[in-house]
Design a protein around this ligand. Structure first.
Ligand code: TGC
Ligand code: FAD
Length: 394
């Protein structure tokens, strides 16, 4: 059996950050870690190889509380704090970024806007079913011609008496081909960005799958096409302007900042073990200074990212976190995870390019994670704007 299938993962906590966590955090982490070992690791290489989403895992994700962990219990959600939410994302992405994506989209991009911008009726109707995995959701912001700049979107919403008519196309939408509902962002007749809950079986809605991805292969991605779709007025969310979708992104980017550390930990752990087992020139390769430099730099960057996440989580729990702080952590943690995956791949030598080890899969996945939820460069410009007060986008 291959190394990744047997899943020998050991956690690494160089600065003993566990001392800063409470019992609920540790219990949530253990539950998700056990689930990943049992349900994800044995199958993930096969599903990635086939470029197929293990949709049977949606139910299991719901059972471990991965959908909306920090939303209120009265809607069937976890009622946990933001650190617990982050830890769950970290453990899921330790398994695979695509599995974390299944949870991020459902919890942060579908359930969160319904909770934050929906009516009480919307919350009662959708949140318990989304939390239990009975319904699957997707989030349509990106368009073929408007990725980094969603403000340019041309998907449009026109008033037609008791309904709105929705026309347009969305691109790169995680889970759209398997979704029951979509939170869709479009422009109304006065040019304001509005969000609505669209049911996927309504006439005029389609979601063709995007094939041929070399990254996030165990996650299903599609388009969303709307041709004269009649959306009842009751399905409109109560928010106007780009801050609606962007605040959902803040919630999801926070989870990605934690998730990326999970992928980095898996790569480091695999590389460390391999460096102690693999003998060349009559020594374990971990005895060579150049291998030690790689491992030392990896664990240093992981430790810095873990501390960044813990502090970010504390700020979020106290309601003090800013979108720019989340942006910095998303950018930094994904970038270091990708560097670590590349270095880990080198340490594994030729074996590193095979699916005997998880590193190449993580590395390919992280190329997407570097791009979605705001590209690395967009996040650099968000920090640049925050520290200089000068906006590069205007
Ligand atoms: P700008 O003028 O800066 O802002 C418009 C309004 O929004 C507010 N705002 C935010 N609010 C909450 N969280 C944030 N992160 C926010 N960023 C901005 C802002 O205060 C303002 O509010 P108000 O009240 O003044 O109107 O907007 P801009 O058009 O200049 O855009 C700035 C920019 C480039 C940073 C933004 O467009 C951006 O972040 N672009 C990147 C697009 C992106 O991240 N797309 C992600 C699509 S979803 C996805 O990738 C899901 S992957 C899921 C998975 O599988 O895990
Ligand atoms: P572009 O915006 O065209 O960018 C291309 C390049 O230009 C990038 O390097 C970018 O950094 C650079 N660039 C752009 N503007 C500037 C600038 N002002 N200054 C400097 N450089 C700039 N979207 C959703 O709405 N929902 C989803 O569920 C979703 N899931 C996704 C799943 C996958 C697998 C992928 C790949 C994407 C997903 N996305 C989703 C879309 C994702 O958010 C976009 O791909 C991302 O925002 C970048 O947009 P783009 O691909 O159009 O690239």
């Amino acid at each position: 059996m291959s190394s990744s299938k047997t899943d020998k993962f050991q956690y690494h906590d160089y600065y003993v950050i566990d001392e800063l966590l409470d019992e609920n955090h540790l219990l949530a982490r253990q539950a998700v870690r056990d689930w990943v070992k049992q349900e994800v690791s044995p199958i993930i290489e096969e599903y990635s190889d086939k470029a197929e989403c293990p949709t049977h895992l949606f139910k299991g994700l719901a059972e471990i509380g991965a959908f909306g962990p920090s939303l209120p219990e009265k809607y069937g959600c976890g009622g946990m704090d933001e650190i617990a939410y982050g830890i769950i994302m970290q453990e899921l992405e330790r398994g695979d970024s695509g599995i974390r994506s299944m949870a991020s989209v459902q919890g942060s991009l579908v359930m969160y806007p319904i909770y934050k911008f929906g009516t009480e009726e919307h919350r009662k109707k959708y949140l318990p079913k989304l939390a239990s995995g009975e319904l699957i959701g997707c989030f349509g912001l990106t368009e073929p011609d408007f990725g980094s700049n969603p403000a340019g979107m041309i998907t449009n919403i026109k008033d037609d008496g008791d309904a709105y008519i929705l026309n347009g196309a969305k691109m790169w939408i995680t889970n759209s081909p398997v979704a029951d509902i979509a939170v869709v962002w479009g422009r109304d007749e006065v040019g304001k960005v509005r969000g609505m809950i669209v049911e996927m079986d309504w006439p005029g809605v389609s979601a063709p799958e995007i094939k041929g991805k070399w990254s996030l292969r165990a996650s299903v991605t599609g388009e969303l096409v709307f041709e004269d779709v009649r959306v009842p007025k009751t399905h409109m969310l109560e928010v106007r302007g780009l801050k609606g979708p962007l605040s959902c992104l803040s919630k999801a980017r926070y989870g990605i900042a934690w998730g990326a550390v999970g992928a980095a930990l898996d790569c480091y752990d695999s590389a460390l073990r391999y460096s102690l087992e693999r003998i060349q020139f009559d020594k374990p390769i971990g005895q060579f200074q150049l291998t030690q430099k790689k491992l030392a730099e990896m664990i240093t960057e992981i430790t810095k990212a873990q501390l960044l996440n813990w502090r970010l989580g504390t700020l979020a729990n106290n309601g003090k976190v800013t979108p720019a702080q989340i942006s910095m952590a998303k950018r930094n943690n994904v970038a270091i995870a990708l560097d670590i995956a590349r270095e880990a791949r080198q340490i594994h030598g030729g074996m590193g390019i095979t699916n005997e080890y998880p590193v190449m899969r993580h590395m390919m996945n992280l190329e997407t994670v570097l791009t979605y939820e705001g590209t690395h460069d967009i996040h650099l410009l968000i920090t640049g704007h925050d520290v200089t007060g000068l906006n590069a986008f205007k």
